[in-house]
Design a protein. Structure first.
Lengths: 396, 396
């Protein structure tokens, strides 16, 4: 065949979700964008903080030789230093600039981590529901994703995770605040998970790495805090981006932080840097590296997302939806009133509401609402959500 | 082991080149940057055209919803349209926006091409000397690089290429203007190569793809032109970037263009788009996509590079170096006066001159000079080049 067999398979497997998107496009063409309530994409609608524009203008105007030139594969020293200083301040961890690699977003970060760590057949253990791209990222580098269902409220099922960590496991990957559930894992859960990883590393005779994908770390509500894995487990890496806190996901800027106490930390940093180079990222975009030097700790107005969450939670609950109130990120993952979530998502489409079936995230019987949308979209969608629930009840 | 075995091997294999770079850093620390003549990196020193800054300021200032947001994985429609319109105008080929995928530079472009095309064990046939990253890019996606030595003057050895294309071949990859040789393949060579590919596709019963990596297309001298492969062979793809013509390699912006006549063109575009997504690029950086919409056909002042080439060619030839005058790019690949090019590169280091051994490019017995440096660096290095030649002659 012309195209690689595996890619053809991937395209084939995702054809149902594509058809769903095509249906969304068709609905928008018929009814107009404003009359279709599109909750299908995690593309933040809150604009970047004003300082982003200000600093960008400053950087573009500044005279600086090689401003747009190649930079070291691991990133500018000033960027790496700013990030490590922020991590130290924020989490009291002793990360140095050496432990930071600037990346093309969190997706780039996870890909270089898997490239650096995975031997063929190595397993990446992840609690489900999970961000669907993880499967591809592991597979890209010869790894295999092993998913472990979470508890009813999307907290970690720790005994099940322990059970799932076998002799081929190499990485345990968590995502908190979680996409698609909005769950944040507690310090207690992370502590217990770390204990399991320590025990298992010992009994299996190979170091397990804990990777935390946390692009939503700053998007948390009600004084929730996200524990830092570095404080709990030495063989750990953080993958993250500025996509959500600065609302610039299209600019592809993020980083990997390696716990200075990780086994083989120097070789690991070397491997991550080489991976950044040979996977074709080469370096994280230059302008954005210079931008984030000056914007450590800056974040969009979380209250905007909180208001959206609260309105939606209230509206859905009063319409009879069962849901776990998300602690962070901008996703809701309600239970589908029909066991077949794809069928219910089609029902919502008939109300011009676009959401993603939980099946796509390894969480069947649910659906994902990305509420990073205009307030009006939320408000105007609620009658449709209510009608869909009523119809679903009659179908049961 | 903690780090993936393959990555450890890669790190080990490249340790000699790293030692060379460390020696360069050491020399700079001792003698000062200005007294070390660093020709080791292809990081363009010619600044971006003024219009780059102008347009960037315009774009950053412009009010536009979702300006920095996620964009379609294949790129903004306006970017894809601008690129295809330019290709049509420039090469009279009927490429449409559908056939363009915006990428994170040419490195990103080649990686998505290999991901989309290669089944495990598929071969990528490339004339040597070659850009050393190709081996990694092919291997990332299960492919195997097969190199074919070029002729004395670095033109294609077509009978040898024909010979090298066996039943596992899937891609023939050319790079013109070439890194490291500066060679540009003629229309005649491309025509003959295309004939070979057609014959071989027929006799092997599988479509061979021709991929042209051409980030240096606009950097050519003496009215040289670079033939467009689309005019010669239907199953062809162009991988390129704006890194060199706009002097912004750190910003990671380029594209893949697929020949509309390629076998399975629609599936191929779909696979490339999916590859952009799942390899973690997600989309080419947003700001840069918006920038290049308005800068099609714009290029740095080539005369600056030409002057550097001419001065260096003259200086080296008068010192007794044998070389093929490069037709494009900003590299010279002279013959090493010692058969052992690594040894000669060390000799140059003793003159505070940093270059890369040809062995690193599959071109032993040569060395690469990246002359995208200040004129003073060239001028002041010439006595050292002369002394190294004299010493080498005595050593033979």
């Amino acid at each position: 065949m012309a195209v690689a067999a595996k890619m053809l398979q991937f395209i084939e497997n995702s054809s149902w979700i594509r058809k769903m998107f095509e249906e969304g496009t068709r609905l928008k063409a018929i009814h107009g964008n404003e009359n279709v309530f599109d909750f299908s994409l995690g593309n933040p609608n809150v604009p970047p903080p004003d300082i982003v524009k200000e600093k960008l203008l400053e950087i573009v105007q500044r005279e600086e030789k090689g401003k747009h030139g190649y930079m070291p594969n691991a990133g500018l020293l000033s960027t790496r230093t700013a990030v490590s200083a922020f991590l130290c301040r924020e989490h009291c961890v002793s990360t140095a600039s050496d432990h930071i690699i600037a990346t093309c977003g969190a997706a780039g970060a996870l890909n270089i981590i898997f490239k650096a760590l995975l031997d063929p057949g190595d397993e990446v253990v992840v609690p489900a529901p999970f961000f669907v791209e993880y499967g591809f990222y592991a597979d890209n580098h010869g790894g295999v994703l092993k998913t472990v269902p979470s508890r009813e409220d999307f907290s970690l099922d720790l005994p099940a995770m322990e059970e799932a960590i076998g002799p081929r496991a190499k990485v345990v990957l968590i995502n908190s605040p979680n996409n698609p559930t909005g769950q944040v894992y507690s310090a207690e859960e992370i502590r217990e998970l770390s204990r399991i990883l320590e025990d298992k590393s010992r009994s299996l005779g190979r170091t397990l790495y804990l990777v935390s994908d946390e692009p939503y770390r700053k998007i948390v509500y009600d004084a929730e805090t996200v524990p830092c894995i570095f404080e709990h487990y030495p063989h750990s890496l953080i993958a993250t981006s500025y996509s959500k806190d600065l609302s610039l996901p299209g600019e592809r800027i993020g980083f990997v932080a390696v716990n200075p106490g990780a086994e083989a930390v120097e070789k690991l940093v070397e491997a991550l840097t080489l991976a950044n180079r040979i996977l074709g990222f080469v370096n994280a975009p230059a302008l954005m590296q210079r931008l984030v030097v000056e914007l450590q700790g800056i974040c969009v107005d979380i209250d905007l997302y909180k208001r959206k969450r609260d309105r939606l939670v209230e509206g859905l609950q009063s319409a009879g939806y069962e849901l776990t109130v998300p602690k962070g990120a901008f996703y809701l993952f309600p239970r589908s009133p029909l066991a077949d979530d794809i069928r219910f998502v089609r029902l919502l489409q008939e109300e011009n509401i676009l959401v993603v079936p939980g099946t796509g995230f390894g969480g069947p019987g649910h659906f994902r609402i990305a509420y990073c949308v205009d307030d009006a979209t939320i408000e105007n969608s609620l009658p449709g959500f209510r009608r869909a629930m009523e119809r679903a009840r009659k179908m049961r």
